[in-house]
Structures are given as structure tokens and as C-alpha cells.
Design a protein around this ligand. Structure first.
Ligand SMILES: [Ca+2]
Length: 379
């Protein structure tokens, strides 16, 4: 026989507590739904206008004792992520920079990050150890590109090809060409090589190539929030990774593009380099990270969605360790599977995309690669 007290305890533990918990969950969920429903366009516009940078609060004393080779500790903490600049990029595509609005509050845990972008030497060691073959080296399948003649299905990748004369900047296809035989060993096509370029960032790698490298190295690709926290280097709300002035003491702080874009011999290289530069040629940011602006774009683990920041801003006051949206969303290519890219490249210019500004975002199709896209890892 079970005593009366034991019966009451069982009823409380197995029926009443679960029932009350379930009811609490339902009430919480309905409040959340109502909150989101009630946020009409006017309120979203208000959030966009009023969003601003608030102080970065770094975690303290959380650095592990052993430092992995080539990496620096990013303490993580709470920070304001995004951008308010309508005109942050002078890209001629209207509204293209709205994806970095509003500035919203995010928390990330501490993590290790590669000091530099992954170099040709490092990527070569991975390929030697594993026999890995990158996406650009594999002939595309006919089912992936229905309608394209078999003769056109050749292994290759996108290469920046300067134009003979000034062109309309609305059409990026004018200076990008799909080049058969372009891959990480031949960044601009069969006639090019990486000989003597061990210390240059590897390029012509697609998202899955970067993920494969990271896995081999015991690392992973950063989330977009981790990348931006790291890029800000502990400074609250600066425009650039080095501060708010583009050229302190009249000097460029990153490998970007000066002169006529995208014209042949138009790049005047006032920053010291035409095209891609070896890693770590400029001062590091506050966390000791090199080239978080310019040189090559960096592949990010998150899917790209143009609305993602708005969704986060209305869902929570502080989003903890965001991992990106569940699927990609890009108004110009609604069917593309698109991942985030960050940091800008040697092709960023005031005439075109000023994406070396910290808050601005880039993105690319998951299988694509180019000679201005690389990556770095975290762990
Ligand atoms: Ca340059």
C-alpha cells in the first residue's frame, strides 16, 4: 500500500509540476507571438532609425592557459553589431546596405581566432595531408547547370578581369569572368601560380573547401557575430577596424583599391599593393588580428539573410551567440544558397563597394569562389 503522503507527492511531481510548466510555456509563447505580430512597419522603421552603438562589455579573465599557434584570444562579451550608415557603401544597387541595419545588441562567448587569413602554405599542407580537391577543380555537373552546353561545363572559377575603359558600375559581370583552370594553385587562371606566395592568403576556395580545411585543422569557420566582435577589437562603434578616420596620418591601414575602378592599370596602389597582398602587411587591430579589413573577403559560417538583423532586433534585447538564419534570403537571387562574407577585399573602393567598413556585410553563393575570397578559422 502506498501512503497518502506518497500519493500526493507523486501527483505533484508527475502531474501538477509538468502541467504548470507547460501552461507557463504556452503563456510565454503567446506573449512572444503577440509581440512580434504587433511590430508593424512603423515600429520596425522606428527601431531602424533609433538604433545606436552602446558600450562594448568584454568578458574578463576567461582566457585559457594554452595559446594555439597562430591564434589570438577574443574574450567575447556584449556589443552593438551592425551599421546605421545608409550610404556606408556607394554600391549602385539601391538599398544594398540596409542589410546591416539596425544596430542590435549581441553577446558572444570567448574564442580563439587565426591572427591572419589562411595562407597558401597552410592550405597546401592540408591538401598534401588529405588529397583534398577543391570545388573549383571539379568539373561542374550538367544537372547543376541545366541548359548550359556540355562544352562549357569546365572546372574553373571567377577572376577579376579589369576593363579596357570605364564601365557602368551597375553591371559587375563587366569585370568578373569565369576562367577555366582558375583554382587555388592558379588564382587568376592556368597561366598564374602561387610559387613564391606561401605567405599570401589562399583564394579560389568555396565555403565547403574552407569548412574541410577548418575540420582538418581542428577548427571551424566563425559565425558572423564572432567575426564582427573580433573585427571591432574592443572599440565601440568605430567605422573601421583601426578607428573612425580612413587614413590616420595620411596612411592607408588596409589593402583596398585606389584610382579608377575597374579599369586596367586603374589601381594606383597608394596603399602599397595592386591586387592581393601577403598577409599581415598592416597594423593589427586591438585583438592582434591582421587584415580584418581589405585584402580578401572572409567566408563566414552563417547563411546570409538580408532581414536577419531586423529579426534579431525585434526578438530580443540581447541575442546570445547567434548562428545566423535557418536559410538564406537575398532579394536579387531568391533561389541561391548564399553564405555571409565579411571584411571586403583589395577591390573595395570609394567608387564602388566600401565594404572594408566594419559593420557592412557581403555574401556569395555557397559553391562559388573567386580570386578575392579567402577565410580564417576560429576554435
Ligand atoms: Ca591595394
Amino acid at each position: 500500500m502506498i501512503s497518502r503522503e506518497k500519493r500526493i507527492i507523486r501527483i505533484v511531481v508527475f502531474i501538477i509540476i509538468p502541467l504548470v510548466s507547460f501552461l507557463c510555456f504556452l503563456i510565454y509563447y503567446s506573449i512572444l507571438i503577440d509581440k512580434n505580430k504587433s511590430l508593424g512597419n512603423n515600429q520596425i522603421e522606428k527601431i531602424l532609425i533609433e538604433s545606436k552603438f552602446e558600450l562594448t562589455i568584454e568578458n574578463k579573465n576567461n582566457k585559457p592557459k594554452i595559446t594555439p599557434k597562430g591564434m589570438v584570444w577574443i574574450p567575447g562579451g556584449e556589443f552593438s553589431m551592425g551599421s546605421n550608415f545608409d550610404d556606408e557603401s556607394l554600391c549602385s544597387i539601391k538599398g544594398v546596405t540596409n542589410d546591416a541595419r539596425p544596430i542590435h545588441r549581441v553577446y558572444v562567448d570567448g574564442f580563439w581566432m587565426d591572427k591572419t587569413e589562411v595562407t597558401n602554405k597552410e592550405f597546401a599542407a592540408f591538401v598534401k595531408a588529405t588529397g583534398y580537391v577543391t570545388v573549383a577543380e571539379i568539373k561542374p555537373l550538367a544537372e547543376e547547370f541545366p541548359g548550359v552546353p556540355i562544352s562549357k561545363l569546365i572546372a574553373g572559377s571567377a577572376v577579376f578581369t579589369p576593363t579596357k575603359i570605364k564601365v557602368d558600375l551597375n553591371n559587375y559581370l563587366a569585370w568578373w569572368e569565369y576562367v577555366g583552370g582558375a583554382d587555388w594553385r592558379h588564382p587568376t587562371g592556368p597561366g598564374s601560380s602561387i610559387e613564391g606566395k606561401d605567405n599570401y592568403p589562399v583564394v579560389q576556395v568555396a565555403y565547403e573547401d574552407a569548412v574541410a580545411y577548418a575540420k582538418w585543422a581542428g577548427k571551424r569557420l566563425p559565425t558572423e557575430a564572432e567575426w564582427e566582435f573580433a573585427a571591432r577589437g574592443g572599440i565601440t562603434g568605430a567605422s573601421y577596424i583601426w578607428g573612425n578616420v580612413l587614413m590616420p596620418d595620411g596612411k592607408f591601414q588596409a589593402n583596398i583599391y585606389q584610382g579608377d575602378f575597374p579599369v586596367d592599370k586603374g589601381d594606383t596602389a597608394e596603399d602599397g599593393f595592386v591586387g592581393v597582398a601577403p598577409v599581415a602587411q598592416y597594423k593589427p587591430n586591438g585583438y592582434g588580428l591582421y587584415d580584418m579589413a581589405g585584402n580578401v573577403w572572409e567566408l563566414i559560417n552563417d547563411w546570409y539573410s538580408e532581414d536577419y538583423y531586423q529579426e534579431l532586433a525585434v526578438q530580443a534585447e540581447v541575442t546570445r551567440n547567434p548562428q545566423g538564419p535557418e536559410k538564406s534570403k537575398y532579394f536579387q537571387e531568391p533561389n541561391a544558397l548564399t553564405k555571409v562574407h565579411r571584411g571586403g577585399s583589395f577591390l573595395c573602393t570609394d567608387e564602388y563597394c566600401t565594404r572594408y567598413l566594419i559593420g557592412s556585410r557581403g555574401h556569395g553563393e555557397i559553391k562559388s569562389s573567386a580570386n578575392h575570397i579567402g577565410f580564417r578559422c576560429v576554435k
